[in-house]
Design a protein around this ligand. Structure first.
Ligand SMILES: [Zn+2]
Length: 314
């Protein structure tokens, strides 16, 4: 049996997993990234993590054919260089070359969201499809594009920044410097911001009570309050889901992929999110013959990054 190793390099943790020829994730392990360290130390930890994984599973080094790394930011997958990553504070870091030197294996590099899309397309919610878009709704909005069974990253490796398409020109400021980006309306951070405003306007609402509780407002309890019938929360969530839906329709209109997968914290809400998104897509998407892409939740959760990285060299 041959194996590949996938490494999900995050701003908080480095996670590594061992994947067999049948694309099964057999084991995983992680260490904190400590992103402020010199990058060579992070590279050393990645190599050590791969070695520990093999030792733990009793696999000989000769059975490993390649290592894949999913990195945040903008990696140049051809040169194996992370061109830029805000999370890691990296600028032109040749991480693949370094990891290859330390392990003696071929090392492949891609953006973490693209790795996740690849995994969902090979073994997850989009299994068997040749085109899909995975949109991850969390602190921000991330996306990975799979076209013809391969990651699409654009000529300069920057494709898929759907979070920074403007849906309300000149309005809410975004971290990228523009105003009115999708991310400023449809990320979980944006949901909480909208809920806080509404809580102030409706001091007798459940939303307001939650805002003043020890817990404070978060994505989960805003959704819970809406499902529980609080009118203020329902107003916020309905509007938020309209923003989510409008962006998904834009994605469909540009690429017409076979599937749009919803990932990240928002996927925890399941049908409560999918149902209005599908309804809007049925009404608004520019699809001839009403043949719509499949709209569903991602299936692999946090493992998608590791799995997709491991599949890069296949
Ligand atoms: Zn933006």
């Amino acid at each position: 049996m041959k194996y590949t190793i996938g490494i999900d390099l995050g701003g908080t943790n480095i996670a590594a997993g061992l994947v067999d020829e049948e694309n099964r994730l057999l084991a995983k392990t992680s260490v904190p990234t400590h992103a402020q360290r010199p990058w060579r130390e992070i590279g050393k930890d990645m190599a050590a993590l791969a070695k520990a994984l093999l030792h733990q599973e009793g696999i000989d080094d000769s059975q490993v054919t390649s290592i894949g790394v999913g990195s945040p930011g903008t990696p140049d997958s051809k040169q194996g260089v992370v061109l830029f990553s805000g999370n890691l504070g990296w600028d032109r870091v040749p991480v693949a070359k370094e990891l290859s030197r330390l392990t003696g294996k071929p090392v492949f590099l891609a953006n973490d969201a693209n790795c996740a899309a690849l995994a969902e397309g090979k073994v997850g919610a989009g299994k068997g499809l040749s085109s899909l878009v995975l949109v991850t709704f969390g602190t921000g909005i991330g996306a990975g594009i799979l076209l013809n069974g391969r990651i699409y990253e654009g000529f300069n490796f920057g494709a898929g920044e759907f979070g920074h398409m403007v849906i309300c020109s000149g309005e809410e400021p975004c971290t990228c410097g523009r105003r009115g980006c999708w991310e400023a309306y449809a990320s979980m951070t944006a949901l909480v911001r909208q809920a806080k405003r509404t809580a102030r306007e409706h001091p007798r609402s459940v939303l307001s009570r939650l805002a003043h509780s020890g817990e404070g407002l978060n994505g989960r309890n805003v959704f819970e309050a809406a499902k529980g019938g609080d009118a203020a929360a329902k107003g916020v969530v309905d509007r938020f889901l309209q923003y989510v839906s409008d962006g998904v329709v834009n994605v469909i209109n540009i690429l017409q992929p076979q599937a749009v997968l919803i990932g990240g914290a928002l996927a925890n809400e399941g049908e409560y999110v999918l149902s209005p998104v599908r309804k809007t897509a049925e009404r608004d998407a520019f699809c001839r013959n009403n043949v719509l892409p499949r709209i569903c939740c991602a299936a692999l959760g946090n493992d998608a990054g590791i799995l997709g990285a491991a599949l890069l060299g296949r």
